[in-house]
Design a binder for this molecule. Structure first.
Ligand code: P6P
Length: 323
C-alpha cells in the first residue's frame, strides 16, 4: 500500500491548490530549518547573533536563519499576501492584497534557547485570509484561522497541521526527506495527570494557578486523590506535541511579573495556532477567562495568557478562575 505523503493528504483534504502550494512551501521551509538545526554546530550557527528582536529577546543566529528560510521559500507562494514573523517587527507585504489571499503568521524557531543544549525546538505557523481587496489588516481573531500547524525538530522531524477538520501528523523520512503520514486524526485525551508549567515563577502566580498546582503536587493525599506528573521543556512545540500524543495541560499564565506585557506567549503565531490544533483535537484552549481564539488582536506581537490541553483539566482551571 502506497504510504500517504503530505502531498497526497493535501490533495485529498484541501480544495484550494494555492493553499496546497503554501502548505508545501511551509513544509519545505521546515525541512530546510531541520537541516540548519542539525548542522548548527558544523556551520558555527549555534549561539547568539547579539541582536535584540522586537520581543526584547537576544536573537539566536538560527532564529534569523530560520526566518530567512520561511521568507525565501514561502514568498514564492502565488496567493500569499503577507508574512507576520516573531523575528520581524513590521508586517512584510508581498503583493497588493486581494480577497482570499493568504496571510502567514509564524514563529520560525520556537524554543531556541534549547539549541545550544541540543534539546527539542520547533516552528509554528497559522494561516488566515485577506477579507476584501486592498485590506491590509492582519489583526484577525484566531477563529478566522483556516489552517495551523507546527514542525517539531526532535528525535524525528514531524510536521503536524489542522485545516479545521482534524489534526494530522507527518514524519520526515530520514533517507528520502519526504513527510509521510504517521499520526492520522490526533486527539487529546480528555483526562490527564500531567501538567507543564515553569514552576520557578510560583511566587508571581495568581491564586487560581497556585491552587491548581498545589492540588496536583498534593497528589493522593490531596483533594485530587491521585498522583500527578510535571514536565517543562522550555519549548512550546514539544509540550503541545506531548499533550497531543498522551494528554496533559500546558500553562503559561499571566502573573504579577508579566501581566503588564500581557503574558509571555504571542497570540498571532504561538497561542492562536496551538489553540486551533488543541481544540480540533478535542482539547480546550483558554486564557483562564475566555477562549484564546476569541481575542481581538491589538497588535501583531501581542502577548496573552495560555492554558490549554486536556478538556477536564482546562475546564477545572477555568472554574478556578471564576472564584
Ligand atoms: P521559559 C520559548 O521561548 C517559549 O516562547 C515557549 O516555546 C516556551 O514554552 C516558553 O517560552 C518557555 O518559557 O519561562 O521557560 O523561558
Amino acid at each position: 500500500m502506497t504510504e500517504t505523503t503530505l502531498r497526497r493528504h493535501l490533495t485529498q483534504s484541501t480544495p484550494d491548490p494555492n493553499l496546497i502550494f503554501l502548505l508545501e512551501d511551509i513544509a519545505s521551509a521546515c525541512r530546510a530549518i531541520a537541516n540548519l538545526v542539525r548542522n548548527g554546530a558544523f556551520e558555527g550557527n549555534l549561539g547568539s547573533a547579539d541582536v535584540m528582536n522586537i520581543q526584547g529577546e537576544t536573537q539566536k543566529t538560527l532564529d534569523i536563519l530560520a526566518n530567512d528560510e520561511f521568507e525565501r521559500i514561502c514568498s514564492n507562494s502565488p496567493r500569499l499576501a503577507a508574512l507576520v514573523s516573531e523575528e520581524v517587527e513590521a508586517v512584510t507585504w508581498l503583493k497588493e492584497p486581494k480577497a482570499g489571499d493568504y496571510l502567514l503568521y509564524f514563529d520560525p524557531l520556537d524554543g531556541s534557547s534549547n539549541l545550544d543544549v541540543n534539546l527539542s525546538v520547533g516552528s509554528i505557523f497559522a494561516i488566515m485570509q485577506v477579507q476584501t481587496d486592498g485590506d491590509r489588516n492582519v489583526l484577525h481573531e484566531g477563529r478566522r484561522q483556516v489552517c495551523a500547524g507546527y514542525a517539531l525538530y526532535g528525535p524525528s522531524t514531524m510536521f503536524v497541521l489542522t485545516d479545521g477538520a482534524e489534526v494530522t501528523g507527518f514524519t520526515c523520512h530520514n533517507g528520502t526527506g519526504d513527510f509521510r503520514l504517521t499520526h492520522p486524526n490526533m486527539k487529546v485525551p480528555s483526562e490527564t495527570s500531567e501538567f507543564a508549567i515553569n514552576t520557578s515563577r510560583y511566587r508571581y502566580w495568581d491564586t487560581p494557578i497556585r491552587r491548581y498546582v498545589d492540588e496536583c503536587v498534593a497528589g493522593k493525599e490531596g483533594v485530587r486523590q491521585r498522583p500527578f506528573n510535571m514536565r517543562w521543556t522550555a519549548s512550546m512545540v514539544a509540550e503541545i506535541h506531548r499533550i497531543l500524543t498522551r494528554g496533559g495541560v500546558f500553562l503559561y499564565p499571566a502573573d504579577s511579573k508579566n501581566r503588564s506585557a500581557g503574558g509571555k506567549l504571542r497570540l498571532m503565531y504561538e497561542a492562536n495556532p496551538m489553540a486551533m490544533i488543541i481544540q480540533q483535537a478535542g482539547g480546550v484552549a483558554s486564557t483562564g477567562y475566555g477562549p484564546i481564539m476569541d481575542i481581538e488582536p491589538k497588535g501583531p506581537h501581542q502577548r496573552v495568557p495560555v492554558i490549554l490541553g486536556s478538556r477536564a483539566e482546562v475546564e477545572r482551571l477555568i472554574e478556578y478562575h471564576k472564584t
